[in-house]
Design a protein. Sequence first.
Length: 294
Amino acid sequence: MTEQTNNLAFPGDPAAGSTAVSCRLLSVFAGVVSAARTANWHEHPFWQLEVVSSGQIEAASDTGAWCLRGGASLLIPPGARHRFDYRKIGAEWLTLKFDASVPGTPRTAAPLASDPVQKSFREALLALGREPELDAPGVRLAIEGVLSAVLAYRYVLEDGSSRSADPLVARVCAYVHRSRRRRLTVRDVACEIGYSASHVSMLFSRATGETLKHYIDRERAELARHLVVYSDMNISEVAACLDFPDLFGFSRFFKRQMGVSPRAFRRRARSRAHRRRRPGTAHLSSVRRPGRRA
């Protein structure tokens, strides 16, 4: 089965190769608060972008709490616990749920910047969310394109600029990202870069606040998650594709990173996708137009 996603590629450092961001839209929900309610603590294996068009919505995660007013948006990566309080009657918002491939996927929710670039992305998403033909493939592709731009600007251009300020760290990140399909150790990375393992680890941790071993595992876990959910390979084939010596080793790694076994993760993700999917909607579900009561 061929996967179709919307991709943005950035050439960056020729030695580092391209950095690609791809998105696959799962659902769009436009709502208006008609009665106060709370979405209790939860997490999910896909991305979510909450965009408030008017009024006020309160949000929280394990790393902070925010009051989102009109024009604000909150980006929630896979696996980040979060909750919402919809208390202000008349508040309007747009929820977009999607799968994405982002180099060095973060694990914490955070509001997007209020700079002119992100503001233009928010306005585009709100306009597309009001399209009467929201289920049309062209509209879906347009939304995926904007979401890819949002992620690229946030994690490749904003975060990437600070990481690439240290050329060594930039080379490490690029090499790990290119090598996710094989078993990779800190020593392997150090040999590629031309420094000792201890020196590379120290510089990487100092620059990013994350250990190099954790970053390697996180990159491989993100690719594993994507293959488990969206590929046609069975779990043993996914393990072999990622250069694990056996299924047991892969399952143990996956459970340590994601909290459940790969088979359980696949069943859960596909069960959710099946519930969301309606015939002829190109994987879009729970669609409501602004003006209808939530």
